[in-house]
Design a protein around this ligand. Structure first.
Ligand code: MG
Length: 283
């Protein structure tokens, strides 16, 4: 994945450049919607969830965009089933509470689209973890400094990026003009080196966060709680930032499921699209 600690600016640059060819940002899970149950990333489909859960207690970690809903042109234009929150609540019951939605979005933004969630969730790429009742788990997230936020906003305004302001970070979106990618990455690298912040790249989005929280730290934080402890973690996601979550799941005796066409380094199984994820989850 592309996360750039400030202490490793050279690695950051090479990592970014190294993945550009693998990340055509217009390739996403929605392409597979006309064949929703075919696996297109060459990984085998996972065994049935209920079968797995009978063999061992499964804890499910679900990415949101590109996993539970199709990716849209802008973060606000996603189409979310009106009863998704209730369906996730039912899945939470089936798994006796061992379910967490782990999104790059801030939790307030996530719940703006889903309605109030009654399942465990982590927002802002794992830096804001909550239990099903909304109580914080782990350390309080750090925030970006005001001058850093201002710099990102000014850059977005000047160069035509869509700015997403998050509770604990910010994001530059360029799905409407993928040619902006190189300019955005140059800016991000310079800012990371100057301000000591973390930069992550996703599908047509560059994210800025203040600390090193990621989806792996979210998985570990949940797995340390009484409710999740001792279960087998399964992380499902479509994007590079989900590789962290899958890696943590692997390290804790579980596995990852990759969604869509993007080749995954850490997934054991694959599902072709959000529709296939819903089918597998019996949502
Ligand atoms: Mg995603």
């Amino acid at each position: 994945m592309i996360a750039a600690p400030i202490g490793a600016p050279e690695a950051f640059g090479s990592q970014i450049l190294g993945v550009l060819a693998e990340l055509p940002c217009l390739t996403d899970a929605s392409i597979a919607l006309d064949r929703p149950f075919m696996v297109s990333n060459s990984l085998p489909p996972p065994p049935a969830l209920d079968t797995l859960n009978e063999e061992q207690s499964i804890a499910l970690f679900l990415d949101f965009d590109g996993t539970l809903v199709d990716i849209a042109d802008t973060p606000d234009s996603i189409e979310v089933p009106g009863d998704l929150s209730q369906r996730l609540g039912s899945l939470h019951e089936r798994l006796e509470g061992r379910l967490a939605v782990v999104s790059g979005r801030a939790l307030a933004d996530l719940e703006k689209h889903t309605g109030e969630l009654s399942v465990a969730r982590a927002g802002s790429h794992g830096s804001d973890c909550r239990d099903a009742g909304g109580a914080a788990i782990g350390a309080e997230p750090k925030d970006l400094a005001k001058d850093t936020r201002d710099s990102i906003a000014e850059f977005a305004e000047a160069h035509g990026f869509s700015l997403e302001v998050k509770t604990h970070g910010a994001a530059l979106h360029y799905r409407s003009d993928p040619t902006l990618e190189h300019k955005g990455l140059q800016f991000a690298q310079a800012l990371a080196e100057e301000r000591g912040i973390i930069v992550k790249q996703g599908k047509c989005v560059i994210e800025f966060v203040a600390d090193e929280a990621n989806k792996a730290s979210a998985v570990r934080a949940f797995m340390e709680t009484t409710l999740f402890a001792g279960s087998t973690p399964v992380f499902i996601g479509d994007d590079v930032t989900d590789e962290d979550g899958m890696r943590a799941a692997n390290e804790l005796g579980g596995f990852g499921i990759a969604v869509g066409d993007r080749p995954s380094e850490n997934a054991r199984y694959g599902l072709a699209s959000p529709a296939a994820v819903h089918h597998w989850l019996q949502l």
